[in-house]
Structures are given as C-alpha cells and as structure tokens.
Design a protein around this ligand. Structure first.
Ligand SMILES: [Zn+2]
Length: 314
C-alpha cells in the first residue's frame, strides 16, 4: 500500500465519486493472463494514457518475473484532480479477482506516470499472496525492494539510481527508532496505529536484499527466479503465511533462509545490510552509492534483477 497522508483523502474521494461511464479494457500481455482495466470518468485521451501506463507496468513485471504472476487481475482506476502527484493512492485488492485499486490524476503526462514509483510498488505486491498482518513487513518489503528494480528494468532509473533509492529507504528505516522495544512482527501488526511505516517497509526490503545475497551466493539462483517457479504457472492463492513464502523460496532442505526470516521477525530496528551491499559491489561514500564496475559485481547484480528462464528447480 502507498502510505502518505493523501491516501486518506483519496479514500474519501473514492467513496464519494459517483460511478459513471465505466469503461473496461483488456491489457495485452505475454502471459495469457486476463488483465482488465476498469476506469470511470476518463476522456478517451486519458483512457489511452492510463492504458499505456498500465501496459508498461505489466510489461515490467513480465520482464522481471518471466510472466504475469496471476491468471487474471483487475485494475480499478478512479480519478482525482489537483493532486500533487500522478498516482496519489494505490492498494492491492485480494478478495475475489485480485488486482489493484488506483486513484490517479490524469492531468499529468504519461512520462510522469511511468516514472512514479507507486505503480511499480503495487504491481510488485502481486508476486506473492498476502502473508498476514504479522508478516506485513515481508509483503511491504518485497514491494519496496522491487519498486526500485522494476523501475530499473523499465528504463526509468539507472542502476545507480535504483540502488541509491533502495539505500535511502534503508536509511529512513534505520532512523525510525520510536518503537525499538517492539519486534518487527508485532510492529507490523500494529503498523497503521503506530505509523511505523518506515521501519516496517524498509526492514522488509533489507530482508529481501539479504535473502538475495544468500540465494545467489549459496544456491546460485535468484529470489525472483525461485518465486516465479514456486508459483507456476500462475499464483492461485490470495492469502498465505510468511512461513509458507519462505518454504516456497528455500525448499525444505535449506534452513538458512528460515534463520534469516526469524532474525528479521524478531528484530528491534533496521540494521543496514552492509554485508549484502558489499557482496553486490555497492559502496556508499558520504551517502552516495557507487557501484563497483569490475567483475564479478556487475554480473552478480544482473542475476538479481530478473528471473532466469532456464531455472526449473522447484
Ligand atoms: Zn505496499
């Protein structure tokens, strides 16, 4: 979910807006998935723009994940005006046909839609089922991690910018020390009332980077490769548990990932994942990320960015 104060206003608008002239369109894709856009109140130009933006999002997840994660999905789009950003609100819908609710301001140009992180964040959520409130950190972490690399894969960010944005997120999480007596799983359950978005989101993202490092260095396969293969051909469940996600990812015989999961579940603050950053050749000097251009670092990073099509292990 996108967390800004504007989401409350947008939610209110959403409930007040009359449903008028609903238009429904299919999005062409390479996964044979049935993806529908249901939008109200759009001129044909705006409708085209929204369609192009959503097609780009679908393309970015298919490129990264190797396919669309679901057999069918609905994008419900409502409009607002005079927003300070093109996509002031987004939320995953799990019940019934899964999909995403978006509130958009169609006065922004297509380029701004394509650059905005919100769409990439939301669509990344679709990679795994909802793991439950205590494992919300796992879900929000996945989306926060992938909003960077989906944008890189879509050509919206450079590789350096993607890592810089990830690192900046870790710093925000690190600074959120208000509830350091509460372990992450309990804070996740209470995230909205405590407004602990930064620690929950970015601790989760740090977990996923450490998982990536473990998988690639010890199992020689990437997280996204394993996730895509765990949910084959499409993901059918909308709800799961963190435990099941970890099992799907690591297999029964490999306890390291479970240990990493427990470490973060019980964590009382975000520890910068320095060892993992180092393994990928990501150095930080005075807050600025530098990527080591020498082998083997670029190759390691590239392996993490998209699912390997030839990996059939389950
Ligand atoms: Zn989210």
């Amino acid at each position: 979910m996108k967390t800004r104060h504007s989401h409350l206003i947008a939610a209110l608008l959403l409930s007040l807006l009359p449903l008028q002239s609903v238009a429904e369109q299919r999005i062409a894709n390479n996964s044979d998935a049935e993806i529908r856009v249901i939008a109200n109140d759009l001129s044909s130009n705006d409708q085209q723009k929204i369609h192009q933006w959503l097609s780009k999002l679908v393309g970015s997840i298919e490129y990264t994940f190797g396919k669309f994660p679901l057999e069918r999905a609905n994008f419900n789009v409502r409009t607002t005006r005079s927003s300070r950003e093109p996509i002031p609100w987004g939320q995953i819908k799990r019940r019934g046909t899964e999909g995403i609710h978006f509130v958009v301001d169609p006065s922004y140009p297509l380029k701004r839609f394509n650059q905005d992180w919100t769409g990439y964040h939301e669509i990344a959520h679709l990679m795994i089922p909802y793991p439950g409130d205590e494992d919300l950190w796992l879900s929000e972490g996945l989306a926060s991690y992938w909003q960077q690399f989906l944008r890189y894969n879509a050509g919206v960010l450079t590789e350096q910018q993607a890592w810089q944005a990830l690192y900046a997120g870790f710093q925000r999480g690190e600074r959120d020390t208000r509830y350091s007596s509460i372990p992450l799983y309990r804070l996740s359950d209470d995230m909205h009332s405590k407004r602990s978005y930064m620690r929950v989101y970015w601790s989760g993202a740090a977990f996923w980077l450490e998982a990536e490092y473990l998988m690639l260095s010890q199992q020689h396969t990437s997280v996204v490769t394993r996730l895509a293969n765990a949910y084959r051909p499409y993901r059918t469940q909308s709800f799961t548990s963190g435990e099941r996600v970890i099992r799907a990812l690591s297999g029964e015989q490999w306890p390291q990932l479970s240990r990493l999961y427990r470490k973060w579940q019980e964590s009382h603050g975000l520890q910068m994942p320095l060892k993992a950053l180092d393994w990928f050749g990501v150095k930080v000097q005075k807050g600025k990320v530098r990527l080591n251009p020498n082998s083997p670092f670029p190759e390691r990073r590239q392996l993490a960015y998209r699912a390997a099509p030839s990996d059939n292990r389950n």
